[in-house]
Design a protein around this ligand. Structure first.
Ligand SMILES: [Zn+2]
Ligand SMILES: [Zn+2]
Length: 502
């Protein structure tokens, strides 16, 4: 190729030499990034005193330099803003690093009153395991406790990743779990239930705000295939909106908002760890900064832009509803052929939308307008200026780059032992069923199990395709595990494990 392109002749041996050299340079940059981590945490704490920054490493017997294990970050503006101004729902997800060393970026995200993502905490762990999730959840609890919050009935939404459920309940015993309906649907598809009819029925069930609509859809799914209903019954997490706690005031039944954060970090996940952390910190700093200024000018009782927009939509629909009062703030609202009971004082409507979303539904609005009341008074406080001001009451403080950091006596830590598997790093995200596909269906075969091209589910060699890991990497890890089974015991029980909160 070089001959054609550059008209020069190169010995094959030189190619390998250059490749090895380049590898060493890249390795050096990536390693240095881990070495700087303890100082990075120290510098963050110095510039942002309320930051929770934890770098954990372990040293096996005889090692001079300790090895990186995991880390966890949350800035004061993030945790305080979340606790004071966001709804009590936390989205969690893991995304693989595609750089020189393996690792998984774990993140916890809230949603602000304007329905935008609010980064609460993030960290990197060396492997995807129960212990890793436990580390993340343990630190999340410690972070809340440091802020004087011992609440343990949070709602967590995630896809059904291994280890998450146990880790959540171990640290937050009364937590409610929602699972991403999109991922549940993909599992159904892998189980053989697919097609236009099933797709339609599944999403009617998932988006049902009341048990009536849900039960109807489930009845039809049972007609379609009783085993599909049986499978959906095994899902212990909430995935249909009618199950959601009205106190959460959030009707999200997918992790799309968490994935939008993952899409945001994707261009940085093949960079050295420090560059990734800096990209996230800068993103959060700028984002909070803009909203900090915006919140300052907001009236406490005004609705956020999202709530205003949502209320306008519902308000337009309310014109086709008719209400009949039955006294005591109770009414019957006719919407086409159906009637729903509305209780103004309880802020409920039989359709379920009001309770679950925290904003009056079109039926409730009809009543509110008829009685010459102000709709804003019936919207949850989470969607008002006062809460928004609380969420963005603080901002993050700037810091300098590594060349300006003072010297330190902290140990320089080594990267985790596991390197990423050979081959081109996988950057492409696996696409869900409702997302547009990049390739045309008829051009080539795509496996419904592992999403790889050029083979189908029947000839698939990767096993079940529910794990987050790209199939190629997963297969490689398994191989390595069996190859070094004897040696890996020391990793399971690291001697002299040390934690340091810098
Ligand atoms: Zn309603
Ligand atoms: Zn496959």
């Amino acid at each position: 190729m070089t001959q054609q392109k550059y008209r020069i002749q190169v010995k094959t041996r030189l190619f390998y030499k250059v490749k090895a050299l380049a590898k060493e340079v890249i390795n050096g940059i990536f390693s240095e990034s881990y070495a700087l981590l303890p100082r990075y945490a120290e510098m963050i704490k110095e510039t942002n005193p309320e930051c929770y920054a934890l770098i954990t490493w372990h040293s096996d017997h005889g090692d001079v330099q300790p090895k990186f294990k995991a880390c966890f970050f949350s800035f004061g503006a993030q945790v305080k803003g979340f606790l004071k101004g966001c709804r009590p729902i936390i989205g969690i997800d893991g995304a693989h690093l595609s750089g020189f060393f393996k690792g998984i970026l774990l993140s916890a995200l809230g949603i602000d009153g304007n329905n935008e993502i609010f980064l609460l905490a993030y960290g990197v762990v060396d492997t995807e395991s129960q212990e890793s999730w436990n580390y993340f959840m343990r630190n999340l609890r410690a972070l809340f406790e440091r802020e004087g919050c011992s609440r343990d009935d949070w709602t967590f939404i995630s896809d059904r990743m291994r280890g998450v459920d146990l880790a959540v309940h171990e640290n937050f015993p009364r937590a409610t779990r929602r699972c991403c309906a999109q991922h549940l649907y993909m599992n159904c598809k892998n189980g053989g239930w697919s097609g236009e009819l099933f797709h339609k029925l599944f999403w009617i069930a998932a988006n049902a705000y009341n048990p009536y609509v849900y039960n109807k859809a489930i009845e039809k799914i049972t007609e379609f295939d009783p085993n599909a209903t049986k499978y959906l019954d095994t899902c212990t997490e909430q995935w249909s909106r009618h199950q959601f706690d009205p106190l959460v005031c959030c009707d999200h039944n997918t992790t799309n908002y968490v994935e939008s954060f993952n899409a945001l970090t994707k261009p940085y996940r093949d960079l050295p760890l420090l560059s990734l952390f800096e990209a996230i910190r800068e993103w959060a700093m700028e984002r909070i900064g803009v909203r900090f200024d915006k919140a300052a000018n907001m009236e406490p009782n005004h609705l956020t832009d999202y709530a205003k927009h949502e209320m306008e939509l519902r308000s337009a629909e309310s014109r086709f509803c008719y209400s009949t009062a039955c006294g005591g703030g109770e009414l019957e609202v006719k919407d086409g052929n159906v009637k729903f009971p509305v209780k103004l004082h309880n802020r409920t409507c039989g359709c379920g939308v009001w309770q679950v979303s925290g904003m009056p539904c079109k039926h409730g609005l009809r009543v509110i307008y008829n009685q010459r009341l102000d709709p804003v008074d019936f919207v949850s406080t989470y969607f008002k200026g006062a809460a928004y001001k609380q969420a963005y009451a603080e901002h993050m403080h700037p810091m300098a780059d590594p060349t300006q950091w003072p010297g330190s006596t902290l140990p320089t830590i080594k990267p985790p032992g596991i390197k990423r598997s050979a081959g081109r790093p996988q950057k492409k995200r696996r696409r869900g069923a409702m997302e547009a596909r990049k390739r045309k269906r008829n051009t080539s075969v795509k496996c419904s199990k592992c999403k790889e091209m050029d083979h189908n589910a029947r000839t698939c060699k990767s096993g079940a395709g529910t794990s987050k890991a790209p199939p190629k990497q997963r297969a490689a890890t398994n191989k390595r595990k069996t190859a070094s089974d004897g040696a890996s015991t020391s990793k399971a029980a690291p001697k002299g494990k040390k934690s340091k909160q810098a």
